[in-house]
Design a protein. Sequence first.
Length: 278
Amino acid sequence: MTTGRIADLSDFSGLLVLVGAGKMGGALLQGWLRLGLDPNKVAVLEPQPSAEISALASRGLRLNPDPRALANATGVVIAIKPQIAAETVPALATLVSPSTVIVSIMAGRTLQFLAGALAQPCALIRAMPNTPAAIGRGITVAVPRNADAAQRALADKLLSSVGAVEWIDDETMMDAVTAVSGSGPAYIFLLAEALAEAGAAAGLPAPLAQKLARETVAGSGELLHRSPLDAATLRENVTSPGGTTAAALAILMGEDGLASLMRKAIAAATARSRQLAN
């Protein structure tokens, strides 16, 4: 099931705890507030809060309160680095009741890890967003465990505040999800880098080549977002037989071209994700 952005969060009742308010956690928090979430219903546990997060305390957000005051939270969103999960997550057990939904966006940390670290019965959601969440254009894939319809709906609202959400039932797919959409923005940025370098090598001034590459990648992405046509059709629409685009695509679509490289890249990222999970 795919969902888009939810209209608002103004009707949320209960307590929402955000553990980790770095780039992704902060993006989620800003998304929730944009959609009407009352700051008084949010607590943030973040040892190094940004100035923006600290300023929200004046609007009622609870910043680094005593965790004992957060018992029986309605929802807990874990947005910390996976490297510190083993020492951090067990301490969150005091926040959890059987009705609590835990949403983790930690890369590589499985539902089994969460269940073992918390050692408390609760609903679990493992999710993988990506960095375009910072501008509300992210894509998140989520997989639930022991979550009822209401708990899954809450998780969907929280995650869709920064973009579309895709739900799956098979957690083993999350490694490939990480490789495609989680790491994917880096591949697109590399494409822009390479296009600019190639333009400069062809004789363009470097600033112009960078501008052309940046705007071409950004504009093409927006066209793909808005168009009902698939990527292959859009590519074909740009390509005239025997023209300049066809000459370039003969290289990019060759036996050792972009498709082959991308398959190898995704396979490598998927394998690395599995290694990190273990």
